[in-house]
Design a protein around this ligand. Structure first.
Ligand SMILES: Cc1ncc(COP(=O)(O)O)c(C=O)c1O
Length: 426
């Protein structure tokens, strides 16, 4: 750090230089984020100094956070949104970490701390694991075996971090040709050490939704929590027009769903970072919250039980503002616009001979143009020779386009022309 500070003008000249290397989202069809709504930006600026980690100083943002959770629970078809429990996070990764942490704590509490009385209702016939859990009930042995989480193999890579962080095995269930998890595969992976299930509403690669109702049946039968990762699809599926015959239930109207992750900083059009983790009700978490809560002697609160300490009240304000400003009607319109872009790209690609890998349900389109090697080559040529940022899928070799509101039809037309050029020259 320099000894002497610089005047404002020099600082902003420098910032301008750095900013030139950042995208303004032109030619970006790889990002699940977009330019925040101006209302969100304005609200963010107004609350820039607030810290929701010290709630006694910021009653206003705390009140807004409660209202955001209530609005989100209502969007997720909760029968009594006021009883939902949750908070804002930095995004899908943090929400998934916290949801899994609670599943793990809940499992440990249920099986090792509750009167030393192991619950054998889950897959009592699983002989492979009987050996490992024969000591269940003895808390000394609580860490002697690996716990597992059953999730679709299309789950976001944040779960890889979670596995490492929480020392959990990921059991990845097979998916069908439309990338939706196969319930029988999920069922077969559950054993006595399973802490919970994950379903996805809007998977990262294809935007597809798992059969949440089927997963819920399994969760209820096995008495397991079911976390829904709706980081991207949470602000899309509820607003897809009814013409697109899709079984849109993935929220709290599905009885086995215990928690949902949904990101305002993606299709919620709020600022970065803004994620939401919401639980059906707090009672599900009581034991776990008790386990992770810490005394906060220097703050205005007595305890803290969130993963992060200091976190931005400005993101809460931005999210509150944009949700209130757009309302369901506004989101419906924005989703319709994104779907219009998606269908425009689909039509243009079809005109040059490419069909989508999966008929797009939401604003993510994938197209197969060859094997992995060719896909990556074309993707990188599109960037190097024409400046297009697009991505590729990993479960099948396909180019992947995310149609966010910053994309225009003119851009799409240019992109398809450039894609054709690159393919012809390859
Ligand atoms: C389905 C899903 N879950 C979680 C995440 C992680 O979100 P974040 O990058 O906001 O942590 C993503 C990001 O793309 C996602 O698509």
């Amino acid at each position: 750090m320099d000894e002497k500070g610089l005047p404002e003008e020099s600082i902003f000249n420098e910032l301008g230089f750095f900013s030139e290397s950042d995208t303004n989202y032109k030619k970006v069809l790889s990002s699940m984020c977009t330019i925040p709504h101006p209302i969100a930006v304005k609200a963010y600026q107004q609350f820039i100094h607030t810290n929701i980690g010290d709630p006694g100083l910021f009653h206003g943002v705390c009140e807004m956070e409660i209202k955001v959770i209530e609005m989100t629970a209502s969007l997720l078809s909760h029968s009594n949104p006021k009883t939902a429990f949750g908070h804002l996070t930095s995004g899908g990764t943090e929400s998934n970490i916290e949801a899994t942490l609670h599943m793990k704590n809940r499992f440990l509490e249920k099986h090792f701390n509750a009167n030393n009385n192991a619950d054998d209702t889950n897959n009592a016939n699983n002989t492979e694991n009987t050996k490992n859990t024969s000591n269940a009930g003895n808390s000394d042995n609580a860490n002697n075996f690996k716990l597992n989480l059953v999730l679709p193999k299309t789950a976001h890579f944040s779960f890889e971090k979670i596995a490492n962080l929480l020392d959990i095995e990921l059991r990845k269930a097979d998916v069908d040709s439309a990338s939706r998890v196969i319930p029988e595969s999920v069922y077969s992976l559950i054993d006595k050490n399973t802490i919970g299930l994950v379903g996805i509403a809007g998977n990262t690669e294809f935007g597809e939704m798992d059969p949440i109702v089927e997963l819920s049946k399994i969760a209820l039968q096995k008495k397991l929590p079911l976390h829904i990762d709706a980081a991207f699809g949470g602000f899309v599926y509820p607003f897809i027009s009814s013409g697109t015959q899709h079984p849109n239930s993935f929220g709290f109207d599905v009885s086995g769903v215990t928690s949902v992750s949904i990101d305002p900083h993606k299709m919620g059009f709020s600022v970065i970072p803004a994620g939401i983790l919401v639980f059906r009700d707090a009672s599900f978490l009581n034991a776990s919250l008790e386990k992770i809560k810490v005394k906060t002697p220097y703050l205005t609160s007595t305890y803290q039980s969130t993963l992060t300490g200091t976190h931005p009240g400005s993101a809460v304000a931005a999210t509150y503002a944009v949700m209130k400003h757009l309302g369901r009607e506004g989101y419906r319109q924005k989703v319709a616009d994104c779907m219009d872009l998606t269908h425009h790209l689909q039509k243009k690609l079809e005109e040059v001979g490419f069909k989508p890998y999966i008929e797009p349900k939401i604003n993510i389109l994938t197209v197969q143009i060859g094997d992995y090697e060719k896909t990556n080559r074309i993707r990188s040529k599109l960037l190097k020779e024409h400046g297009w940022n697009i991505s590729a899928t990993t479960t099948v070799p396909a180019l992947r386009f995310v149609l966010m509101p910053h994309v225009t039809k003119e851009e799409i037309d240019d992109l398809v022309v450039d894609l054709k050029k690159v393919l012809d020259a390859d």
